[in-house]
Design a protein around this ligand. Structure first.
Ligand code: FES
Ligand code: FES
Length: 153
């Protein structure tokens, strides 16, 4: 079957031959590889995308179910080919970590700041609760977003 939806603001169509996750559909069929495949069990957040306005783990969504929906991946978060505020904050404060956890963190934080431009530390931590780093930690990331929240206050 063919699946048509809006991907990062543009029409997208791909063939789904078998039951496949949105994550694999994005990466393997559409070659949009910013969302990363790690646990594939909804535990780590590296595959996070915004589906119809809600952050979801794309490894837990079936590709066939996004027919007619709007999906935003990390590739769709830049603003006119420049870093968005979340990306800029991470870059400027040295909070960019590895290529597995960072895309999901950028997606979750961009969603948070789009709804709440000046979140508290608790709200930042809650928004990132589904994004797991296996190796370094969260201190730099939290500080980056606290700084961004202060700038936005
Ligand atoms: S790969 Fe989807 S939550 Fe880990
Ligand atoms: S998982 Fe990316 S830095 Fe730890």
């Amino acid at each position: 079957m063919m699946v048509s939806f809006t991907l990062n603001g543009s029409p997208a169509t791909g063939r789904v031959e078998r039951p496949v996750s949105l994550l694999d559909f994005l990466r393997d069929e559409l070659e949009v590889t910013g969302s990363k495949s790690a646990c594939e069990q909804g535990e780590c957040g590296s595959c996070s995308v915004i589906l119809d306005g809600v952050v979801v783990c794309s490894c837990l969504v079936m590709a066939a179910d996004v027919e007619g929906s709007s999906v935003t991946t990390v590739e769709g978060l830049e603003s006119e080919e420049t870093l968005n505020a979340v990306q800029r904050a991470m870059h400027e404060t040295g909070a960019v970590q590895c290529g597995f956890c960072t895309p999901g963190i950028v997606v979750a934080a961009t969603d948070l700041f789009s709804h709440n431009p000046s979140p508290t530390t608790v709200e930042i931590k809650e928004a990132l609760a589904g994004n797991i780093c296996r190796c370094t930690g969260y201190g730099a990331i939290i500080r980056a977003f606290e700084t961004l929240a202060e700038e936005s206050a």
